[in-house]
Design a protein around this ligand. Structure first.
Ligand code: MN
Length: 384
């Protein structure tokens, strides 16, 4: 029996994880759940899964929940609660599914305890890849990717040698605007941007998919997960999202992992690895698919993807600046403060104005994240 701690249980990954766990009550057991503020859904999850502890980040919501659930389970609150629950070590697998920079510090606590981390929070590796990978080695922790592309690559690499990889090929759906003319980007509405053709995800990652920043973050994530340079990581647009990614080996042989898109599959694999578990996920019917298509990503149109490639080459805290500015820009777009085409402008402006730190430590990353957010926010308020 594996005990599971989910950071972010009411988000899309959290909900899907609970659905997987429900199917295997003899294999997995929920130890703790954390949420930002959605206590209505958390309350339901408490009755369904009986966690020993929960954390509600929002302090007043935590109080409210405490009154509702009584002594059914322990309710902690705030950032301290998140750190406490990851530090206590009463779990075998941490599902790291918080959105954005917020996932970094609690994930580090689990790494330090040598736990298995099922990593859905790509920002953790984007901003602190070097620190995390060093800590993983030092503490003998294990990162199993939940992001579908990285799970695909991870699965392709079972039984293979990293030294025999020629390149990774990350597939991208292209998002809802793959075919839209760049001139139309200005007029893109929130509803259009949130309407992803293949995947049902949270707002932040859906907007990132529409700008293709998501793929950029994933290239950086792949760089750290598989320890390969930028030039060995390719992106190809594959609108059907059936091939989740591929690995080409030195003999020109290519392995791919395919399935009908469903986040539950990579989640289940991260929980069960090295084993596979029977599932009832939709099977793939090839004659019905008819064709799978592939295109080169357009870097002039999808400026965010180009920016992500650039910061990976630049290194230092540049990926952290890109990530923080992107979080603020996406939030600005969702609050109708900026237009869709202005998202990359906020990011490049931040990259030009925030000082890069070449020596990476958690302190400088934290400081860089904060100053970038401040800058990006005031830039938006001033310019738009
Ligand atoms: Mn992905």
């Amino acid at each position: 029996m594996k005990r599971i701690l989910i950071l972010g249980s009411t988000g899309s990954i959290g909900i899907n994880t609970l659905e997987v766990i429900k199917k295997f009550p003899d294999k997995f057991n929920i130890e703790s759940l954390t949420v930002n503020s959605n206590i209505d859904l958390l309350e339901k999850q408490i009755y369904d899964f009986n966690p020993a502890k929960v954390v509600v980040k929002n302090v007043s919501k935590a109080k409210e929940l405490k009154e509702r659930v009584g002594n059914k389970c322990e309710v902690l609150s705030g950032e301290e609660g998140l750190i406490e629950i990851t530090k206590d070590g009463n779990y075998e697998v941490l599902i790291s599914a918080l959105v954005g920079f917020a996932g970094l510090f609690p994930t580090i606590e689990a790494v330090k305890l040598g736990k298995r981390i099922a990593l859905a929070n790509k920002e953790t590796l984007v901003v602190a890849g070097e620190i995390i990978t060093d800590l993983v080695q030092k503490h003998n922790a294990e990162i199993i990717p939940v992001d579908s592309e990285h799970s695909a690559i991870f699965q392709c690499l079972v039984g293979e040698k990293v030294s025999e990889i020629r390149k990774l090929i990350l597939t991208a759906s292209g998002g809802p605007f793959f075919k839209l003319d760049e001139k139309e980007f200005k007029g893109v509405t929130i509803t259009q941007a949130l309407n992803h053709p293949n995947w049902d995800m949270g707002d932040k990652v859906t907007i990132d998919s529409a700008t293709m920043m998501n793929k950029g973050l994933e290239v950086i994530e792949a760089h750290w997960l598989f320890n390969l340079p930028r030039k060995k990581i390719d992106v190809v647009v594959h609108p059907q999202s059936i091939i989740h990614s591929m690995v080409e080996f030195i003999d020109a042989s290519i392995k791919a992992q395919l399935s009908t898109p469903d986040m539950k599959l990579p989640i289940q694999y991260a929980l069960s690895y090295p084993e596979r578990l029977e599932s009832e996920f939709v099977e793939t019917n090839f004659p019905q698919l008819e064709k799978l298509t592939f295109y080169e990503p357009d870097l002039t149109k999808f400026k965010c993807l180009k920016l992500a490639y650039d910061v990976l080459e630049l290194g230092g805290t540049n990926p952290c600046i890109l990530n923080a500015a992107n979080e603020i820009a996406v939030d600005g777009f969702l609050k109708e403060k900026i237009k869709f085409n202005q998202i990359p402008d906020v990011i490049s402006e931040s990259l030009e104005n925030i000082r890069n730190h070449t020596t990476l430590e958690l302190g400088s990353i934290f400081e860089c994240d904060e100053s970038t957010r401040k800058f990006a926010q005031s830039f938006i308020n001033k310019e738009y």
